[in-house]
Design a binder for this molecule. Sequence first.
Ligand code: UDP
Length: 238
Amino acid sequence: MNKEVKLLREDGLRLDGRRYDELRPIKIEAGVLNRADGSAYLEWGSNKVLAAIYGPRELHPRHMQNSMKAIVRCKYSMASFSVPDRKRPGPDRRSTEISKVIGEALESVIFTEQFPRTVVDVFIEVFQADAGTRVAGLTAASVALADAGVPMKALITACAAGKVEDTVVLDLGKLEDNAGQADLPMAIIPTTGEIVLMQMDGHLTPAEFRKARDMAVNACYQIYEMQKDALKRRYAAE
Ligand code: UDP
């Protein structure tokens, strides 16, 4: 922890003026790309993320096909200009890890057995990053999958909570993520409460963990309403 940076103010708010349990502003728009089967654009604080879905379509080369189910292939990438220090283009360990955990979470809700031998491609492009891009990307990808009409049992909603200055707070911004003590990105299936992604960076006591988990889950239900609203707006417009 970096003790030089003061993240909580005397008045009980955070540096950006948020309460401890307050989300950054979120905007979601579904169906923004003409040539993708489904898409969604999401702004979450200063994060700007686009998700595009192609498929289910026949997978080539054929030896990669699974005769029992569709393969879900996820590619998360961050633009070089998305962060203050230019990011080297192309895959790295971090984006490989994020692609894997997001892909597995999405696969858990897609009825893959209905589409053997196919692939569902999920592309997540981060144009501006300010901490929380994996939860933003997963939230957008889930809306994009629904927009594509891919049969799935439910939407997935993601949000992080964490700890700064020994205080559990919701949805860490970049400064809080860098100088804070822990980050707990999570994703749930809001209709069942099932957890489909949970990672932890840093340390939380069991009590802090429960508090952070509950904060993130409660926020997921707020974000879930925004996801449904984006889909309703998309189809009301047609
Ligand atoms: N970040 C960066 N350069 C990188 C990777 C990440 O500046 O090469 C920043 C970016 O703002 C990102 C934040 O660090 O959102 C936190 O990254 P983390 O790995 O915790 O993932 P995230 O919180 O975005 O899911």
